[in-house]
Design a protein around this ligand. Structure first.
Ligand SMILES: [Zn+2]
Length: 419
């Protein structure tokens, strides 16, 4: 059972992009956010933009007016590249962002194709970018199965992101506990057992059919008000592959669709708990290798990078707090390459001081930027080349905080001892 795998990386990257956008601020009310949902007509959106551009003429501040008009023009240019919006829609952010104090504004433009369809369409001009509708999409989007079962009825449902779909409902047909006159108690009990078993089997067959057709099913939650859920979940009704995916069996106050709603409400906590458990295990595996001096562990950016390049990292653990830039500088004189790692700010300082920065090998000041990347992206790229599993670890567990504080925010379990 696994709730994570490398989609912890995809979600993390999307979330981080949104965070970066959310942190940008304009000098005035001049940053544009444009949401184009799937199915929109591009020429209509362009017409609206022209209208907004017309309104912008009334803006009093000359700089702001100019910036807004420029941003609208840039957004329109981007938009014209599309005949129609992609299937999940399109979001464009544009505006003049101060780079280094007032007067240093530079026009920045970002086009995002959402990972899931957006349902909203709007134009905003504000002193910030509006990323909120996309934040919801950064949340987990895997599929889960839900069954709520008691002695009277059962409901099978699926949960994908926030969307719940009822797949099938059943009634048990199990007779009540009081028997009709004339039947022997034993015979009545036998019939009752038979009907109960038939009901469990019937629910199981449909449940198996429905769940095995979901390609990315990540887990199953079983709920219900009474003991029936245990009898059913622990009996031989679910196929064994699905049984392994049961994340939790929870008590609900209600059966039927109300019970499904209860399970969905609890699912957030359940899934978080499952993921935290998994994160703990991942870090503990690394701690085990260190503690037993197996030689199969590494931590810290430089060390881990070294083993990634050798292709011997099995699992790469990245703290969600890891950030920064990686630069590869190449000397145009002697060809030597040096690596720089640091904050975005430090990287910018290095880039602007290249004309006075001597090559570590030949001493000439002739360095150029060969490569520049976000540190996390850089690690993930190296990992992908070597088929390394990558997991982003939150700081919600003790183990996650150890990774953050004691191991330089990045650690690796190696395929075999390094030496
Ligand atoms: Zn050199």
């Amino acid at each position: 059972m696994s709730v994570s795998s490398s989609d912890s990386v995809a979600r993390f990257r999307f979330r981080r992009t949104l965070e970066q956008l959310a942190n940008k601020a304009g000098r005035g009310t001049e940053l544009i956010s444009l949401y184009v949902p799937p199915g929109s007509r591009i020429h209509e959106v362009l017409a609206n933009l022209r209208e907004e551009g017309g309104t912008a003429v009334n803006i009093k501040s000359r700089t702001t007016r100019q910036n807004v008009q420029d941003a609208i023009e840039r957004v329109s240019q981007r938009l014209r590249l599309f005949k129609e919006p992609p299937p999940t829609g399109l979001v464009i952010f544009a505006g003049a962002i101060p780079q280094n104090g007032p007067g240093s504004e530079r026009m920045e433009i970002y086009t995002l194709i959402p990972p899931e369809p957006i349902t909203v369409g709007f134009y905003r001009c504000d002193s910030r970018f509006h990323v909120e509708p996309l934040l919801a999409l950064a949340a987990e989007k895997n599929s889960y199965g839900i069954i709520v079962i008691d002695g009277t009825e059962a409901v099978v449902a699926t949960l994908k992101g926030q969307r719940v779909e009822i797949q099938k409902t059943f009634t048990s047909g199990i007779p009540g506990k009081s028997r009709a006159g004339g039947q022997s108690a034993r015979r009545f009990e036998r019939i009752r057992e038979q009907v109960t078993n038939d009901y469990y089997v019937r629910v199981g067959q449909h449940f198996n059919d429905i769940m095995t057709k979901i390609p990315d099913l990540r887990g199953i939650i079983v709920g219900g008000p009474g003991p029936t859920k245990y009898n059913w979940a622990e009996g031989d009704y679910m196929n064994y592959m699905l049984k392994k995916k049961v994340l939790s069996i929870v008590d609900t106050s209600y059966s039927s669709e109300m019970g499904v709603e209860e399970v969905v409400e609890k699912s957030g906590e359940i899934l978080k708990g499952v993921r935290y458990q998994e994160e703990k295990q991942l870090v503990q595996k690394f701690l085990y290798e260190i503690g037993h001096e197996t030689g199969k562990s590494a931590f810290g950016e430089k060390n881990v990078q070294k083993y990634l390049e050798k292709g011997i990292v099995d699992t790469l653990l990245i703290s969600e707090k890891l950030e920064g830039q990686r630069l590869l500088l190449k000397c145009k004189n002697c060809g030597a390459v040096e690596e720089f790692r640091g904050t975005r700010f430090e990287a910018d300082a290095v880039k602007s001081s290249l004309t006075t920065r001597p090559c570590q090998k030949c001493g000439k000041t002739n360095l150029g930027v060969e490569e520049e990347s976000d540190i996390v992206d850089s690690f993930v790229d190296f990992a992908e080349k070597a088929g390394t599993r990558v997991e982003v670890i939150s700081e919600e567990t003790e183990e996650g905080r150890m990774l953050r504080d004691s191991f330089g925010k990045v650690a690796a379990v190696l395929r075999y001892p390094a030496n």
